[in-house]
Ligand binder design. Sequence first.
Ligand SMILES: *Cc1c(COP(=O)(O)O)cnc(C)c1O
Length: 230
Amino acid sequence: MRENRETVMSIRNNLQEVLSTLPEGVRLVAVSKFHPVEALQEAYDAGQRIFGESKVQELSQKEAVMPKDVEWHFIGHLQTNKVKYIAPYVTLIHGVDSFRLLQEIDRQGKRVGRVIPCLLQMHIAQEDTKFGFAFDECREMLANCEWKELTHVALVGLMGMASNTDDEELVKTEFARLHQFFIEVKHDFFIEDEDFKELSMGMSDDYPLAVAEGSTLVRVGSRIFGIRNY
Ligand SMILES: *Cc1c(COP(=O)(O)O)cnc(C)c1O
């Protein structure tokens, strides 16, 4: 698969291949981190409009030169002191993993006159290296209603990363647990909020499993743009 993809396929073909497998209602975030703007432009010319980046500086540089109708999703770990740089244009922040970060996004949203859509990142993997709320921690934050006073952020769903493993059963279980948690949180806190509807899960190696478990946003990088040179 990998060889085939890298030798004969272009970004346009890769994109079409991924898109052809996504059911209606599942959107693709093309994760373009570490790839040059030429690669993003190729995807853009093929019709892709949602791009995911994980570094603030890199995102800012690309935003400045890419067409204005691109939707920029921030998918990495966001430091509070960098929110201000992306607040004017970011379309969705996937990785909100603390109330403090949410407060800062609210503050910056207010400053630039925007309501910034955010996903709460949940820790679902076995590894302890990945960021995110534990389920209980998230319930606790939502039960304490302080977040409702934040007028310049909109919580629109949840995000998670499964374990990096070949064990498909484990990955499936992790995605299923996140979906279950989404249903619980939707019911308990967002039942009347139509905007709370996104479940961001699935990357190059596991997005078909994520889609099967209810993902609405898949974040696919290397399968579209090739391997990254960090
Ligand atoms: C890099 C990254 C991806 C994309 O990873 P691929 O394996 O290249 O598809 C998705 N989500 C997050 C949070 C990432 O950091």
